[in-house]
Structure formats: structure tokens, C-alpha cells
Design a protein around this ligand. Structure first.
Ligand SMILES: Cc1ncc(C[n+]2csc(CCOP(=O)(O)OP(=O)(O)O)c2C)c(N)n1
Ligand SMILES: [Mg+2]
Length: 567
């Protein structure tokens, strides 16, 4: 960065840089283009602490911003140029928006006066992004930049967090903005900002319902971790000795080693033993959870008719799928604190024997897994890979999994032993090719932590170009590829629901280790289960990026923890 002398005027591009700086932005993930040149020049010339991470695809830039936001608790920022850059950045914006993760995409745009004259890359960016983001604006004048950026950060970080998109036409970048208008509310540097608490009457009603139940079960989604409410959650659970199941995004709310935690439920990562607990409940408390198709196995568990208490910061999700006895609209942490206070004053407070009730099912779940995890069969069983990874990784490693083999297996069987978000998957759309990029964002957001990305070979094909970025940055990420030469998840759907009529799902095996080596990434290929632990350990201990290509059992032949292949 070369320092530019301070003047009493700012270009629009400079105002954008100053506004990001005012919001505490330290990293931007993105890729250059002609209409972005004034913005790049401002990033280059001004004196600031923002580092630009050059990516090889805007899709990756948005997923990196998502992974970064999840580990830092701060909005993730990505950028790309007009036209193709804007359309390629879109998948990450949707994924983050529906996962309540604040990311901001800035895409440059053609000049406002060239619109309608067929300039290259012209696109109705505002129309395109409107249904996909929480806030979206193509800025028309340089002097509107500060207000618009403040609005984007307010929208992203308050209420249910979400994504924002700002279009920045090239002439707006070149226009004039007033330096006096550059300021930010520091509370929007993190999320959730300005969390709002519950209606006391709703809390009293929720506690009444809970204390009238015989065997209540809590299903917790990502909302408690998002709200930083893990400690209050633990108090709530232990006060009542209540059984807890989590969604995939809820993993880490409570360690899975806690006696009250049965683990993940639902069609992806749930197993019959975890479902048993939900079936036994006469009342289910959903907390920070949408009660969507995967968690509820297509709204079958809990069964319709089960009494429901639902706590969420988004009023839209309450009652969306289940008749709900009590709804509480609140930040999860504040709701749990209010419940704690309410319970403290209740003479009818009781305990529900949750820990004892889950002991048997939990032991049976792990016994079935251990059997497969010790298998010497080839191709290597996914269970063996997960068990080996669990053995060689520290508890605070960050793990990102793609759809296909990784997501159900890590959800069901990678035992999370700590509190907080150490393991996640892209559960809104489940687009292939998320994990590699999200792991880059995580590695940059949490330097010094070990990061591991697990992907199918289908996902690898979507995203391997980004290995150059990883190598250039020297990030100590370990990539694990489940190599089965098939879009296995879809083949499993053909097997179970279409009479094994396999159609257009098989592809040739790629030598992923050779591809990685070509990018300068240290790689291992493993076919023999006896070599697995040594290869994974060596890869994890390697100081730079590493990849382990594992020839693994095709998903449609595996005993996968999946009850519904068609969501
Ligand atoms: C972008 C995108 N396209 C298509 C799908 C549909 N889909 C879900 S899982 C899957 C197969 C995954 O294959 P692979 O990554 O090889 O993992 P495997 O199931 O073989 O372990 C596909 C095509 C998707 N999730 N995302
Ligand atoms: Mg595959």
C-alpha cells in the first residue's frame, strides 16, 4: 500500500475503502475486472489495514467470505466485477443469506450513463440479487456510498443475520464523496448486533409448557452458536436434565460427549437411534432452528401433533411447519437467559431424566459405527476415514464438509468434543464445491488453527482451481477427497427410489493427488486402509497445504447415515 496524502475530498472508490475500514474490515476476498479498476487503485493507494485475497473464481470468494464470517463472528467481504463476476458471486450470497451468515458482496458495474447502450457486462444486478440477499443496492452517486454501506452492515448484522450486495458502477467509483460522511457504528463490526430479547409472557408460557411435559426433547439449530449462547444453553439443559438433539448447524452448541447430547437428528447425519429420542418426546423445543425438511425427515419426526415450543430470532420460521403451542421471538442467548430467570422462581421446576434416557440409544449408535470404523475392506469405508480423522485431529481443529459422502458422515460420526463452531457444512443449498473455499476463509480468519476440508470427487471438480490460491498463501489446510468416481449421493437416490436404474452419474476416476501436486500442494493417495492413519497424520502435520486422495467406498454402496436421499 502506498500512502496517499490526506485531502478533503474522496473519490467514490476511496469512500468505499474508508467505509469498509470504518466497519473494521481486515480481509476482502475477490477477483479483478475492468469496471473494478478504480476500486482496486483505491485499495492500492490508500493507507489501511485491509488485505485483499486474490481468488481464482468469484464463487470461491463468496464461500471464503462465508467461512471467514463463521469463524470470526464478523461480516465476510467479497468482491468481483460486473457481468460474469456478479453472476458467479451469487451462489455464496444465497448460501450465506439462508444460513444467517453476514457476507457482503461488492460488485463493480458499468457506468450509469452507458446503461441501455449495450456496454459489455451490462446486467440488472439489483434485480438479480433482490430475492437472494437481505439487502441489495446498486449505488447511483458517490455521495450515497457511506449511507448505503452503513445500511448494508446494519441489515447484515441485526435481526436474523444475512447477506448484502452492493453494486458499484465505474463512474460512481470515480465520483466525489464527502469525507465528513465517513463513520460507522462499531457494533455492526460483529454479529448479531443489537440482539433483541423475548416477551416475558412468551417465556412464562414456554416454561409452563415445558414443565407440563413428561419427556421433552430440545432440537437445537445454529441459532444458539450464532448468538453466543452456549453457556446459557448448558445451564438450561443441566437445570432440567433434558435430552438434546442437534441439527447439523447446531453441532457444537453442546459437546457431543455431554451425557445429555444424543447428537445430530434428521435425514442427513441422523440414525435410527437418534430418531428414537425424538419419537419418544411428548414435547419438542426447537431453538434457533428452522425445522426444515432435513432436520425433521420431511416433517415426520417430530410427528405432527407433538407439542411444540419454538424459539427463534426470525418470527417467520415459527409455526411455518408445525402447529406451535408457544412461539418465542428472540435472540437465542437472551431467550435462554430469560428462561433461566423464570425457572429460578418456579416451585414446580423438575428434571426429566434426559441423560439416562439417551444413554442406551447413544451406546448403540456408536457400537454400530465402531464395527464399520474398524473395517479393513477396500475400497476404504467412509466410517474408517472419519474415525481415523477423529483420532489424529485435535479437538479445536476446524472442519468443513461438502455434500456427498462428507456431510452425513461428519454430522453423524465426527464427535464434536468442544463448544462453539468447529465443524460445518453448507446446509442451505448444499451446492457442491463449498468446502475448499470455506476452509480458506476459515484459515485466514483463524490463523494458527488446523483447518480440514472434506469433499467428494464431484466437489473437487467444481473447485480445484482454488488450490493455486491456497498454495500462493501457504495456508496449512488439509484437503481430504473421497474418491469414488461417481456422483454417489444421486446414484443412491436412483438405487433407493428409481429401481437401480442408474443414469448418467458415473465418471472416470481422477488422480487427485497428482492434480494437487501439479498445484504445488503436498499430496498422498491411499487405497489400503492400513496406510490411512499414517497418510492423514503426515498430511495434517505438514506445515503447508496438503491433500489426501482416498479411494473410498461409493456412497450408494455404503451404510450411510441418510434416511432420505431426495430432500
Ligand atoms: C452445484 C450442485 N449441483 C448438483 C448438486 C446435486 N448433488 C447433490 S450430492 C451430488 C453428488 C455428489 O458427488 P460427489 O461430490 O462425488 O460426492 P459423493 O456423493 O460421490 O460422495 C450431487 C450432484 C449439488 N448439490 N450442487
Ligand atoms: Mg463421488
Amino acid at each position: 500500500m502506498t500512502a496517499k496524502a490526506t485531502t478533503n475530498t474522496l473519490t467514490g472508490a476511496e469512500a468505499m475503502v474508508r467505509m469498509l475500514e470504518a466497519h473494521g474490515v481486515r480481509h476482502i476476498f475477490g477477483l479483478c475486472g475492468d469496471t473494478s479498476l478504480p476500486f482496486y487503485d483505491a485499495l492500492h493507494q490508500l493507507d489501511h489495514d485491509i488485505e485483499h485475497i486474490l481468488t481464482r473464481d468469484e464463487r470461491s470468494a463468496a464461500y471464503m467470505a462465508d467461512g471467514y464470517a463463521r469463524v470470526t463472528g464478523r461480516p465476510g467481504i467479497c468482491e468481483g466485477p460486473s457481468g460474469g463476476g456478479a453472476t458467479y458471486i451469487l451462489p455464496g450470497l444465497v448460501e450465506a443469506n439462508e444460513s444467517s451468515i453476514p457476507i457482503l458482496a461488492i460488485t463493480s458495474d458499468v457506468g450509469t450513463r452507458s446503461r441501455g447502450h449495450y456496454p459489455l457486462t451490462e446486467l440488472d444486478q439489483e434485480g438479480l440479487m433482490r430475492p437472494l440477499t437481505k439487502y441489495n443496492s446498486v449505488i447511483q452517486h458517490a455521495d450515497a456510498i457511506p449511507d448505503t454501506v452503513r445500511t448494508a452492515f446494519r441489515k447484515m448484522t441485526t435481526g436474523r443475520p444475512g447477506s448484502a450486495h452492493l453494486g458499484l458502477p465505474i463512474d460512481v467509483q470515480r465520483g466525489q464523496a464527502d469525507p465528513e460522511t465517513i463513520w460507522a457504528d462499531p457494533r455492526h463490526r460483529t454479529f448479531p448486533a443489537y440482539p433483541t430479547g423475548p416477551d416475558p409472557e412468551a417465556i412464562a408460557a414456554a416454561v409452563d409448557a415445558l414443565l407440563s411435559a413428561d419427556f421433552p426433547v430440545v432440537i437445537v439449530g445454529g441459532g444458539v452458536i450464532l448468538a453466543g449462547g452456549e453457556a446459557d444453553f448448558l445451564t438450561f439443559i443441566e437445570t432440567l436434565d433434558i435430552a438434546v438433539a442437534t441439527t447439523i448447524s447446531g453441532q457444537g452448541t453442546l459437546p457431543e460427549t455431554h451425557p445429555n447430547c444424543i447428537g445430530v437428528v434428521g435425514s442427513n447425519g441422523g440414525v435410527p437411534e437418534t430418531r428414537e429420542i425424538v419419537e419418544a418426546a411428548d414435547l419438542v423445543v426447537f431453538i434457533g432452528c428452522r425445522a426444515g425438511s432435513v432436520t425433521t425427515e420431511l416433517w415426520r419426526y417430530p410427528a405432527k401433533g407433538t407439542r411444540i415450543v419454538h424459539i427463534d430470532s426470525d418470527p417467520e420460521v415459527i409455526g411455518a411447519s408445525y402447529p406451535t403451542e408457544v412461539g418465542v421471538v428472540s435472540d437465542a442467548r437472551l431467550a435462554l437467559q430469560a428462561i433461566e430467570t423464570e425457572l429460578a422462581g418456579r416451585a414446580d421446576r423438575k428434571t426429566f431424566g434426559g441423560a439416562r434416557a439417551i444413554e442406551g440409544p447413544k451406546a448403540r449408535k456408536w457400537a454400530a459405527f465402531d464395527h464399520l470404523a474398524n473395517s479393513d475392506a477396500t475400497p476404504i469405508r467412509p466410517e474408517r476415514v472419519i474415525a481415523t480423522l477423529r483420532r489424529v485431529l485435535d479437538d479445536d481443529a476446524l472442519i468443513v464438509g461438502d455434500p456427498g459422502t462428507p456431510c452425513p458422515y461428519i454430522s453423524a460420526f465426527y464427535e464434536v468434543r468442544t463448544v462453539g463452531r468447529t465443524l460445518w457444512s453448507n446446509r442451505a443449498h448444499g451446492a457442491l464445491g463449498y468446502a475448499l473455499s470455506a476452509s480458506v476463509g476459515a484459515a485466514i480468519g483463524a490463523p494458527g488453527r488446523k483447518v480440514v476440508a472434506l469433499m467428494g470427487d464431484g466437489s473437487f471438480g467444481f473447485t480445484c482451481g482454488e488450490l493455486e490460491t491456497v498454495k500462493r498463501l501457504g495456508l496449512p489446510i488439509t484437503f481430504v477427497v473421497f474418491s469414488n468416481a461417481v456422483y454417489g449421493w444421486i446414484k443412491a437416490g436412483q438405487k433407493t427410489a428409481f429401481g437401480e436404474r442408474y443414469f448418467s452419474v458415473d465418471f472416470d476416476r481422477t488422480d487427485h493427488a497428482a492434480v494437487a501436486e501439479a498445484f504445488g500442494v503436498k499430496a498422498w493417495q491411499v487405497e489400503n486402509p492400513d496406510d490411512l492413519q499414517a497418510a492423514l497424520s503426515a498430511a495434517i502435520d505438514h506445515p503447508g497445504p496438503s491433500l489426501v486422495d482416498i479411494v473410498s467406498q461409493p456412497l450408494h454402496e455404503a451404510k450411510a447415515p441418510v434416511s432420505e436421499w431426495i430432500a
